[in-house]
Write a protein that binds this ligand. Structure first.
Ligand code: PLP
Length: 284
């Protein structure tokens, strides 16, 4: 049985509970982070901690613990759960209060929950060999996708639709351009140039995205941060996604049409290798 962290306590998972009045439950008034663990070490922890603070600030939500305490809780969960490869999920909500659309009094105690998910095949996912099949769907999410809130119903519906259409995931499209994947950032490569949506309120500012683009530039690859259309994606040489849990994973088809050769390409494989090498070295 897993040990879960809830508001200052480490509890067996079947005893870990939050109130039915919790605003995370009633209003999706909550933000989250997912940090991967390789060799028992946290990947990109400072980036996830910084983005968490940003999400909290944007929602005028109190920060339940300092970054140092947060790191300590992550480490403690890794130890207590013997986690070598997997994920740590973290969620902060505005806490439990009488149901009211208005935010409760600022002194309301936020809820902080963290739990581990062991994933022995995190690094060696079969999708790396086969590549992912993507379908496109309209982006019907709210306008502040840069805040990492738990409003994940539309992404969840998108993954269900992808599955029903025989694919692995969906890329969302707005005003003719791809925004991002349901739980990842989206990229295409054409003539050696990596193209991905620029940062703004339309997409989540991926921690993996930032690292991968920096490594790509260091390796003298050209990067363009701008919108791209589905048509442009269909004529790309390679495509891929990034996220904390998938790292860099190739995309081989979009809406049933092959990208490039229809098989994972060399540039994506190289990016994944560089990313994993560098992040392992920096793991804490
Ligand atoms: N975009 C969306 C919508 C996401 O949900 C995620 C991850 O959950 C990402 C992008 C990738 O972000 P990161 O690399 O920080 O995991």
């Amino acid at each position: 049985m897993r040990t879960v962290y809830v508001n200052g306590e480490y509890l067996p998972e079947d005893q870990a509970k939050v109130s039915v009045f919790d605003r995370g439950f009633l209003f999706a008034d909550a933000v989250y982070e997912v940090t991967s663990v390789l060799d028992g070490k946290l990947i990109s922890f400072p980036g996830h901690a910084a983005r968490l603070q940003r999400s909290l600030t944007e929602l005028e939500m109190a920060s339940p613990v300092s970054d140092a305490e947060l790191l300590e809780i992550h480490r403690e969960l890794i130890t207590r759960n013997d986690l070598t490869e997997g994920l740590i999920y973290l969620q902060v909500t505005r806490g439990a209060a009488d149901r009211d659309f208005l935010y409760p009094a600022p002194e309301t105690v936020p809820t902080l929950v963290l739990f581990t998910q062991a994933k022995p095949a995190l690094e060696h996912s079969p999708m790396v060999q086969t590549g992912m099949k993507i379908v496109t769907i309209p982006d019907r999410r709210w306008g502040r996708r840069d805040i990492k809130t738990t409003q994940l119903l539309y992404p969840s519906m998108g993954k269900m639709e992808a599955r029903a259409r025989g694919a692995d995931d969906a890329w969302m499209v707005e005003d003719g351009a791809v925004t991002e994947g349901t739980s990842n950032n989206a990229y295409i490569i054409k003539d050696g140039v990596i193209v991905t949506r620029h940062l703004g309120e339309e997409i989540l500012h991926g921690i993996t995205r930032k690292a991968v683009l920096a490594f790509a530039r260091e390796a003298q690859m050209k990067v363009e941060e701008r919108p791209f259309t589905v048509e442009e994606a269909l004529s790309a040489d390679e495509a891929f996604i990034t996220s904390a849990s998938s790292f860099v994973t190739p995309v081989v088809s979009i809406d049933g049409a092959d990208i490039g050769t229809g098989r994972p390409g060399k540039v994506v494989a190289r990016l994944r290798e560089i990313y994993l090498d560098e992040m392992r070295k920096a793991g804490i």
